[in-house]
Design a protein around this ligand. Sequence first.
Ligand code: ZN
Length: 73
Amino acid sequence: MDLPAERLKDALACIAAWRTQPDEPHACPVCRSSGIAIIDRSARPYREWYVLKCESCGLDATVNIPMSGPPEF
Ligand SMILES: [Zn+2]
């Protein structure tokens, strides 16, 4: 299942939380169950790509975040 457009903000918030606390469980942006899997497929410094997978609702989505400014790393 792809990410519904109206859930993009929730997905970005989920990714942001995951980046600060990668070892904590995070809530799925669609069904709110915990334990969503996030995979970093970023091609820095050009673009950030994240794959979100949830076993509860079958979410399997790729979210990209265009990077602005120089990379932090
Ligand atoms: Zn889900």
